[in-house]
Design a protein around this ligand. Structure first.
Ligand code: FAD
Length: 464
């Protein structure tokens, strides 16, 4: 099966095509460079063309033409993914969703947006109607809703609603398949949605997303200093479990993270204080203040609603999730990161085991999320990187000796990344939706090796 790029380009010449090698290379990259391992593997990758469709009909035309000429297609939202998900391993076309960016409808409790709509723009449209989005990544200012569904996992709002794996958080996806005659399918219900959620676009192009919208809440960002990281975890659980406290985000950081990497927040904390960042509803801020006052060793350091005139601080979500890594990398380019889940009942033992084994080689921060209803810490520790061999060793120790499942952000495939467990059902769907295996090739091990089996006992975030 040889790709005929020239014939494909000629047939699609009337569309928005970019074949300038410089900009094509830019549009072939994402935030893979967070990982020193992926940086080595992917640095020189580039597509042949970037095509930006303006309508579902044009998506259908691109996919049918690429199918005919055996040209691989990798869909791109904003390219903010961290695992090289949006990078074309086998060249071909990057299908850029930048023109398909409309919010199509805002209903009583939902919205419908095109796959390339920027999440921040969706939130703004919803706010104008007295509503808000349920869940968003900390990159909401640039990331697209299709890219979030296909490449993301969780984010701000997950302490209230759980992550993308919670079936209630996605109502419908409209997907275009890559066949001789592409089909436009509406995926509804948990089983069907799971075919395209966190599937890196290997099954089709998401052209439309329908998600819940909730009544808008006035949120206030708060920063709390706590005299030890363990105690900041205890306080986070207290706040997390308190159902009368309506929260949008709950994250904590070992003291050295704000001290080393949060330049504008450093003066607001004591040098050895762990930091807890909470986004809480205005109605609940007094109750939160009461809880903090009653918790020994904790001090409410900053309320964003009470900042002096002229003081501007980044929203706390721009300190959390993978923004923590971004801020650390700006100061120290040798830093990298890991992602892991800690079981709530044993989280303190696990945390102690991690700290005693790794010391400050791993700087901890947790995003507290609702996981199957239980407030649970997702660890996104910063790693002081010395060598790729050591990084692999740390992952092995965490998984096999300490028992903390790692969602490995230093792997390019869905399965090895550890979030998505592909199964025969998904494989069967890919056989129908992408029979030639041209959609984002190389990202799904089960496609290339149907006999591949995951390591027994491995935990997956999206299990089905
Ligand atoms: P892209 O990077 O362009 O694409 C992601 C994947 O989806 C790729 O495999 C791509 O091929 C596929 N894809 C894109 N659009 C479509 C489509 N329309 N149809 C089918 N497939 C498609 N992630 C989180 O989940 N939570 C966070 O809080 C978070 N914080 C981050 C912070 C920083 C600083 C950075 C750099 C990354 C962070 N991420 C986070 C990762 C990423 O930003 C998000 O997952 C984001 O939603 C991806 O959207 P995107 O438009 O940039 O997608």
């Amino acid at each position: 099966m040889t790709a005929d790029i020239a014939a494909c380009r000629a047939a699609l010449a009337h569309l928005d095509i970019d074949d300038n090698p410089k900009t094509v290379r830019q549009k072939s990259r994402d935030f893979f460079w967070y990982s020193p391992i992926l940086k080595e593997q992917l640095e020189d990758l580039t597509a042949d063309l970037v095509i930006a469709p303006r309508s579902v009909d044009e998506v259908v035309e691109v996919l049918a033409t690429c199918w005919k000429h055996n040209v691989p297609v990798t869909t791109r939202g904003a390219g903010t993914g961290n695992y090289g998900q949006a990078m074309p391993l086998f060249g071909g076309v990057v299908l850029h969703m930048k023109h398909m960016n409309e919010v199509l409808k805002i209903g009583a409790d939902y919205f419908i947006a095109q796959g390339g709509a920027v999440i921040g723009d969706i939130e703004q449209s919803l706010r104008e109607e007295g509503k808000e989005i349920r869940l968003f990544p900390s990159t909401m200012g640039s990331a697209t809703i299709g890219g979030f569904v296909a490449g993301g996992s969780s984010g701000v709002g997950a302490i209230r609603w759980g992550g993308l794996r919670n079936p209630a958080n996605i109502r419908r996806l409209r997907l275009v398949t890559m066949e001789e005659t592409p089909r436009v399918l509406d995926l509804i219900g948990e089983t069907d949605i799971s075919k395209a959620a966190h599937a890196y676009g290997v099954n089709g192009v998401i052209v439309e997303v329908e998600m819940p919208a909730d009544p808008a809440i006035a949120w206030i960002d708060v920063i709390i200093g706590v005299d030890s990281f363990e105690k900041s975890c205890e306080l986070a659980l207290l706040i997390g479990d308190e159902e009368t406290l309506c929260k949008r985000m709950l994250s904590n950081f070992e003291a050295e993270i704000p001290q080393n990497y949060f330049g504008r927040h450093r003066p607001l904390l004591q040098a050895d204080e762990a930091m807890l960042a909470v986004t809480v509803s205005k109605d609940c801020i007094d109750r939160l203040a009461e809880i903090v006052t009653g918790f020994e060793g904790a001090t409410l350091r900053v309320r964003y609603d009470q900042l002096d005139a002229g003081t501007r601080l980044p929203a706390v979500f721009e300190l959390a999730w993978n923004h923590t890594t971004l801020r650390a990398l700006r100061t120290d380019p040798t830093i990298t990161y890991l992602q892991m889940m800690l079981a709530r009942p044993t989280m303190f033992e696990t945390l102690r085991a991690i700290k005693s084994r790794f010391g400050d080689e791993l700087m901890m921060h947790f995003e507290f999320t609702r996981f199957s209803g239980v407030v649970t810490p997702v660890g996104i520790p910063l790693v002081r990187h010395t060598s790729n061999e050591r990084l692999e060793e740390i992952i092995q120790i965490l998984e096999l000796e300490i028992g903390a499942p790692v969602f490995n952000p230093h792997r390019i495939t869905l399965e090895e990344g550890g979030m998505k467990k592909t199964n025969p059902h998904q494989l069967a769907f890919k056989r129908q939706a992408d029979p030639k295996g041209l959609m984002n090739p190389g990202k799904m091990i089960a496609w290339d090796d149907p006999d591949w089996a995951p390591t027994p006992g491995k935990t997956y975030l999206f299990a089905e």
